[in-house]
Ligand binder design. Structure first.
Ligand code: ZN
Length: 308
């Protein structure tokens, strides 16, 4: 069993409109845009990152806004819900704030937690879970008080027709099964970060999801550094997973592998972080391009929608 993974690093999804996506995450959820860059493999599309003040691992939601992308179909073989941690007693505030801006608001009890579920305008599933004693610092720069601010991720729900192979994989990665209620099993890293839960929802008769706007593209787990990442990569290769080489994503190093059931996993390093190329005071303001695309800056900028 691996011990290098302590929770999530980031979650990356597909959106259909950059300006709308930017407004929802910064103005409604009150997250900080910590990086404005482009998809390194398709530089005419933004890659937008939203998180806490510095984009701490475990707080970062990232988007590829493909303009007018067709909405994905929800189903099995995908991350169905990304879950943020919010302070105890804050859900009435959030229900009020999300009222007009999100769809499908629903209060639920889930493994002893009070949750508010909602979907974005692209139909992407999220929940806010009231978690006691989450001492991570929320970003309060957008008119959201500290006693309401999102602390970062709590975890994510993965929907699968069969959860057997994923249970084995998560266990190998360092997650322990804590409980099962109905068709959902809760896994957690015992000494993990606040972003250390994964719920597996077994949906034997569900159709397979199809990816589009509102779909999670991949989910990334955090390791401290490149040495730990290489250990994880070697262990996954030994177990039979097809893992990519280490890829430089400028703000972290990444490896990717496809899991049984179809969900794309990434393992990303906490180093070097989002302040490697701009001051913490101005994170996410300027368009940052990877060096291989810098010579095409004016062309790239002409294709991108201006953002507030
Ligand atoms: Zn990623």
């Amino acid at each position: 069993m691996l011990h290098q993974i302590k929770g999530l690093h980031h979650v990356t999804s597909i959106a259909s409109d950059a300006a709308e996506n930017n407004a929802f995450f910064t103005q409604v959820l009150g997250q900080r845009r910590v990086k404005k860059t482009v998809n390194f493999d398709a530089p005419d599309v933004y890659h937008l990152y939203y998180g806490d003040e510095v984009g701490s691992p475990g707080s970062v939601m990232t988007y590829f806004p493909f303009h007018n992308a067709v909405r994905g179909r929800r189903g099995a073989g995908e991350v169905g819900e990304t879950v943020y941690s919010v302070p105890k007693g804050s859900l009435p505030f959030w229900a009020d704030r999300l009222g007009a801006a999100a769809e499908g608001l629903e209060a639920v009890h889930h493994f002893g937690e009070e949750r508010l579920r909602f979907q974005t305008s692209d139909g992407e599933g999220f929940a806010l879970a009231e978690i006691a004693d989450d001492n991570r610092h929320g970003w309060t720069g957008n008119g959201i008080a500290d006693d309401h601010a999102i602390r970062g991720f709590h975890g994510a729900t993965m929907r699968l027709q069969d959860t057997g192979a994923m249970t084995e994989l998560l266990t190998f990665m360092g997650y322990e099964k804590q409980d099962t209620i109905g068709n959902v099993s809760r896994f957690a890293v015992a000494d993990g970060t606040g972003a250390n839960t994964i719920d597996l929802e077994k949906m034997p008769s569900a159709k397979h999801a199809s990816q589009g706007a509102g779909s999670v593209h991949h989910i990334a787990f955090a390791v401290e550094n490149r040495a730990a990442q290489l250990e994880v990569r070697a262990a996954l290769l030994d177990t039979g997973y097809q893992v990519t080489p280490v890829i430089d994503r400028d703000y972290f190093w990444a490896i990717y592998f496809r899991t049984p059931g179809g969900i794309l996993f990434e393992v990303a390093t906490n180093e070097p972080g989002f302040d490697r190329d701009e001051d913490i005071a101005h994170l996410g303001e300027a368009l940052k391009l990877p060096k291989q695309h810098e010579d095409q800056r004016s062309l790239i900028e002409s294709h991108l929608q201006p953002l507030a």
